[in-house]
Design a protein around this ligand. Structure first.
Ligand code: SF4
Ligand code: SF4
Length: 417
């Protein structure tokens, strides 16, 4: 490592938290690319300008995505990072690795790139930061030879990701890992060959705790839930109370729908399952006493995204409950994905996410096009603001007034309720 002074970065080494600067300096002891990356960052802090240029077409044979082109706009001053491309490597479902697998990845990356990594990027992939153009193909070949594949980037399906699910968690309502692995294998073409108006993310959480933040970050959020009742072990409830848990204050009073009660005399806990929205709060507070139901599946939501064309969106319910127990159940989900992608591909503008297209065209149109029936759970905000509008001809049919009224009313929106 050079003895070049970096006073701005030194500030980021202070304090109790792990510092990425310290980690990069460690790598800079053996990597000139890492050293120049640090120097360039110091330059950026001084200039108050980012010195990375995004873009340029870089890639590997047969793939349209997976490598993100990155160039420095001061190549003479920082020659070791004049090309500093990023690899996205498809992570295993739930981010479980053997140490051998991690070593193989590190060996390939030290041979071809800066050695700098990010475990994991926001999409979920392993991110390898900083490869020169001439090493892209050979790096990819070595990754492939070791059993790794690239993830998505650009206007394609981004690498699906999921929570650890049943591997470590008693709240998992389905096998998140199996579904994630299955979808990844099924949609290899969509993952590697950008073909859509923009990106599409699938994130899978085993329950409403939503540990992968799918509702805010995924175009399709798949979130575990159940249809029957919460299991209650009243002896364990008594133990919680005897050990000082304020059940009324910390559990009952915080239920979003007033669906649970606690009898302090009998020391019993009850749930009105009809009104329970499966938010997980009471189960999180008393995991030894309460269990998720036995009739399990997932709610499918659509349209979550960060801000760009439109503002940030949380995803909306489009299928309140879908069984996801075995591979046959996945077929329904895959068919739905295919229909949605087709509609979005035909109607979406460049860089318009599917949620934005639904916003522009209307949920009514979307549901009709993909063959989904409107349901009461499809609300934009819980228990308020229904956003489904009947088609005039449907309303006429409902009223038994025949086609004449339907035709007369055609073109006018008739609000449901
Ligand atoms: Fe467990 Fe639910 Fe978190 Fe998945 S989302 S890890 S099932 S708590
Ligand atoms: Fe209330 Fe949530 Fe518990 Fe259901 S899961 S009873 S909504 S706290």
């Amino acid at each position: 490592m050079s003895d070049k002074k970096r006073p701005m970065l030194d500030e980021l080494k202070k304090g109790p938290w792990p510092s990425f600067v310290k980690q990069m300096e460690k790598q800079a002891e053996t990597s000139e690319m890492a050293e120049d990356a640090l120097n360039l960052l110091e330059q950026s802090y001084n200039d108050k300008v980012v010195h990375w240029k995004h873009g340029g077409i870089v890639g590997v044979r047969g793939y349209g995505g997976g490598v993100i082109g990155r160039y420095c706009d001061m190549p003479e001053e920082f020659p070791n990072v004049k090309e500093f491309h990023t690899f996205r490597v498809n992570q295993p479902a739930g981010w479980f690795y053997t140490s051998d697998a991690l070593r193989s990845l590190a060996d390939v990356w030290e041979k071809h790139g800066s050695g700098l990594t990010n475990f994991h990027g926001a999409t979920g992939d392993v991110v390898l930061l900083g490869a020169p153009t001439e090493h892209l193909q050979s790096c990819f070949d070595d990754l492939s030879a070791n059993g790794w594949d690239l993830g998505g980037s650009g206007s394609d399906l981004r690498t699906p990701s999921c929570c650890v699910g049943p591997a470590r968690c008693s709240s998992a309502c389905f096998d998140t890992l199996d579904l994630c692995h299955n979808l990844t294998n099924q949609f290899q073409n969509e993952l590697h060959r950008p073909m859509w108006p923009y990106k599409f993310k699938i994130k899978i959480s085993g329950c409403a705790n939503d540990c992968v933040s799918s509702i805010a970050r995924a175009d399709m959020s798949i979130i575990g839930t159940w249809r029957d009742v919460i299991g209650i072990d009243q002896d364990a409830v008594k133990d919680y109370a005897a050990n000082g848990l304020e059940i009324q204050e910390l559990v009952v009073d915080k239920c979003p729908t007033d669906a649970c009660t606690f009898d302090a005399e009998q020391m019993t806990f009850n749930v009105d399952d009809e009104n329970c929205v499966r938010c997980m709060h009471c189960i999180n507070k008393m995991p030894k006493a309460l269990q998720i139901g036995k009739d399990r599946g997932a709610t499918i939501l659509l349209g979550g995204k960060a801000t760009l064309v439109q503002s940030a969106f949380l995803s909306w319910v489009i299928v309140p409950f879908m069984k996801l127990e075995k591979e046959d159940d996945y077929v329904e989900l895959k068919d739905l994905l295919d229909k949605m992608w087709e509609w979005w591909d035909e109607n979406g503008k460049v860089r318009e996410r599917i949620g934005e297209l639904i916003y522009r065209k209307g949920m009514r149109t979307f549901l009709k096009e993909v063959g989904l029936k409107p349901q009461p759970q499809m609300v934009k905000h819980p228990r308020a603001n229904p956003y489904f509008f009947w088609w005039p001809e449907e309303l006429a049919k409902e009223k038994g007034e025949g086609d004449a009224l339907g035709e007369a009313a055609a073109g006018k929106e008739i609000k449901n309720g």
